[in-house]
Design a protein around this ligand. Structure first.
Ligand code: ATP
Length: 263
């Protein structure tokens, strides 16, 4: 498999090599290789159950490989102790499918939470940082509202502001547009662009939404039968002759054409 994304001159921020993982008899990852270069956005596609989330959990040290290596920002995760893993997680902003916002805290306090937990910043500095972060996602006006009072898309943006507040080098998104309507999906795509442009972050995005994938990716990767079987720029993947890529895109197009048309 060759990397045809044209990004190979950049430093690798995420490097997965020969990653194997089984749960009992079930072999989920069968030798995954994946490189995400610094400052780029890679979208990982694949059918449900193909192991995308399992792969992402290895990147934050929530799962340990049976075999293979995982390097993030130059560090081999297998060599890190708890303090090392903690330091690594500080470089990573994670946005999982559920926003996991604190319902009893205002938007402001949700976004301020990592700063209060993990830094010694003064209250004035926190106010300034949170105001700035909410400005980036267009939610300055919602600072005193509670998550339950916000739309799904707004909650996602709060989740992003909180994930990004410590200015992570790496942003991991697991299915960020799940259950969202097309308009809100578009606003999540904007948020992913924001992470790249304003933070210069390296992003890995898992999404079943192929249209979003093609919009936000510098590089697309397809998981199939426990491996990454193809990587490339969106136009390269679109033209790919790889049978698994063709089948995946064909099945997505078919599902699209069967969806009720919006008037
Ligand atoms: N801790 C675990 N113990 C046992 N099996 C697990 C565990 N975590 C994941 N699996 C199994 O691994 C497989 C891959 O799961 P994973 O969540 O990575 O899929 P996915 O590609 O992210 O799917 P989706 O797109 O539906 O989220 C599934 O069959 C799942 O049941």
């Amino acid at each position: 498999m060759s990397d045809t994304s044209g990004e190979s001159a950049r430093r690798p921020m995420i490097e997965v090599q020969g990653l194997h993982k089984s749960f009992g008899e079930q072999e989920i990852l069968r030798g995954v290789d994946l490189v995400v270069e610094e400052g780029t956005t890679c979208v990982l596609m694949g059918v449900s159950g193909s192991g995308k989330t399992v792969l992402m959990k290895h990147l934050v040290g929530l799962l340990e490989p049976d075999r293979g290596t995982v390097r993030v920002d130059g560090a081999d995760l297998a060599t890190l102790d708890e303090a090392g893993l903690d330091a690594l997680r500080r470089k990573q902003g994670i946005l999982f499918q559920a926003n996991a916002l604190f319902d009893s805290l205002t938007v402001f306090d949700n976004v301020a939470f990592p700063l209060r937990q993990r830094t010694k910043m003064s209250e004035a500095e926190i106010q300034e940082a949170v105001r700035k972060s909410l400005g980036v996602v267009g939610l300055t006006h919602a600072a005193q509202r509670f998550p339950g009072e916000l739309s799904g898309g707004m909650q996602k943006r709060v989740g992003f502001a909180r994930a990004a507040i410590l200015q992570p080098k790496i942003l991991l998104y697991d299915d960020p547009t799940a259950g969202l309507d097309p308009l809100t999906t578009a606003s999540v795509n904007e948020v992913i662009f924001t992470g790249k442009q304003q933070l210069g972050a390296t992003s890995l995005v898992i999404t079943p939404d192929v249209a979003s994938a093609f919009r936000v990716a510098d590089k697309l990767a397809l998981m199939h039968e426990g491996r990454v079987v193809a990587t490339g720029k969106p136009e390269e993947i679109r033209r790919s002759e790889h049978p698994a890529v063709k089948a995946f895109l064909h099945s997505w197009l078919q599902r699209q054409s069967q969806r009720p048309q919006r008037s």
